[in-house]
Write a protein that binds this ligand. Structure first.
Ligand SMILES: [Zn+2]
Length: 168
């Protein structure tokens, strides 16, 4: 299209494009001169061919029931709405899992530094394991609160992870 100016023969051209076969001589001459009409003619011919092809395909195939299509569309619409509504929850679940992993790492680091704190290198693990656990969990010790909190976060994230796996 070349701007808002419309050729006065355009509607005639589109009407004639519906007729099959080659366009009449005077029309062909105008089409050769006028790019607007040529474009309109090509588009009209294309649309007519597309409509004919669609009809041909529809005639050879079993098309789905309209009610079935409508039902499917409604179902998809509902799923979309649901996933939009639960998107923040999904995000929170990921945060929980990441938090849980971080808690476990912190817990292990705390445990490891306490374990390394006393005793020799070789037999440290065997001799210091249970005393270290007992020290971390000793009532009244600050670490017992931290360990308790971290364990809680870890358990929560495990639960969330299990739920995520079940959902998928
Ligand atoms: Zn024209």
């Amino acid at each position: 299209m070349m701007g808002p100016r419309i050729c006065e023969r355009e509607s005639e051209i589109v009407r004639l494009a519906r007729l099959p076969g080659e366009p009449p001589a005077d029309l062909a001459a105008h089409l050769a001169r006028c790019p607007d009409c040529r474009e309109a003619f090509d588009v009209a011919r294309y649309m007519i061919r597309l409509a004919a092809d669609t009809d041909a395909v529809a005639a050879t195939r079993q098309l789905p029931e309209p009610a079935q299509l409508w039902w499917k569309a409604r179902l998809l619409q509902r799923w979309n709405a649901e996933s939009r509504a639960t998107a923040p929850l999904d995000w929170m679940q990921r945060v929980e899992v990441v938090g849980g992993v971080a808690a476990v790492i912190i817990l292990l680091l705390m445990f490891w530094t306490d374990l390394r704190g006393g005793g020799s290198k070789s037999s440290a693990f065997a001799t210091q394991f249970w005393p270290t656990v007992a020290g971390l969990l000793a009532p009244g010790a600050l670490s017992s609160f931290i360990v308790g909190g971290l364990l809680l976060v870890g358990c929560l994230s495990l639960f969330t992870l299990r739920q995520l796996l079940v959902e998928d």
